[in-house]
Design a protein around this ligand. Structure first.
Ligand SMILES: O=C(COP(=O)(O)O)NO
Length: 249
């Protein structure tokens, strides 16, 4: 089946009110491929500004993270209901920069389930370290992350999940995965979904690649059968983000 191309922009802990408004203005005025779903994820502080600034019909706003528990005595955290209160429909979960901070596979699965139950769609991140890749454990690492997720979500939950495969060794390094490396893992993820969830979920779930995506490498990556889009970090802050969004044409 045809999966709608999807491009996320993870702004990470970057930007100011003015710079984020400028990025969004550029997106609003750009000729974006109407067949591409775009989600931008500024820091929590700038989510209301982003929600108010976006006018492009194919662009939505996402949080970069969310807390698994409902509102209460959780200093410094942001809840699913608070994101919904801001009018958001998306959040990222399980980014490697948060897993490195101590979020376990189960923590990520729990917050993903809580987000879906609270009415959000989720960009769920997975990926291996350089050491794990060099040890030949890439697929087993990603399968372990997937198994933790599949233990918590089921059925229609999967319609609310976009998977982002982001090899840690490619994030922020300029060392983008080759098309072969990326396609191999994306195909393994789809194979795992087919064997452990269902053929329909395997066919319908978008699997994004993230890790040093630029306008120079995105077209070749987009040609791969199991790459359905990107989760872009650094380049999402630059004008070339438009070219990456349009790389599936
Ligand atoms: O972390 C990333 C990728 O970051 P870069 O594009 O800067 O490698 N996406 O969530």
């Amino acid at each position: 089946m045809a999966r709608k191309f999807f491009v996320g922009g993870n702004f990470k802990m970057n930007g100011t009110k003015e710079s984020i408004k400028a990025i969004i203005k550029n997106l609003n005025e750009a000729q974006l491929d109407p067949n591409v779903e775009v989600v931008i994820a500024p820091s929590h502080l700038y989510l209301p500004i982003a929600v108010d600034a976006v006018t492009a019909s194919t662009v939505s706003v996402s949080a970069q993270n969310v807390y698994a528990k409902p509102n209460g005595a959780h200093t410094g955290e942001v809840s699913v209901s608070q994101l919904k209160d801001l009018g958001l429909n998306w959040t990222i979960t399980g980014h490697s920069e948060r897993r490195a901070g101590g979020e376990s596979d189960e923590d990520v699965a729990n917050k993903t389930k809580a987000a879906i139950d609270g009415g959000l769609s989720v960009i769920w991140c997975c990926g291996e370290s350089l050491e794990e890749r060099e040890a030949g454990n890439t697929v087993s690492v990603v399968e372990k992350q997937l198994a933790a997720l599949a233990a918590k979500v089921s059925g229609d939950d999967w319609k609310k999940i976009v998977i982002a495969y982001e090899p840690i060794w490619a994030i922020g390094t300029g060392k983008v995965a080759t098309t072969e490396q990326a396609q191999e893992v994306h195909a393994a993820i789809r194979k795992w979904l087919k064997a452990n969830v269902s053929e329909a979920v395997a066919d319908e779930t978008r699997i994004l690649y993230g890790g040093s995506v630029t306008a120079k490498n995105s077209k070749d990556l987009a040609k791969q059968a199991d790459i359905d889009g990107f989760l872009v970090g650094g380049a999402s802050l630059k004008p070339e983000f438009v070219d990456i969004i349009n790389s599936n044409q």
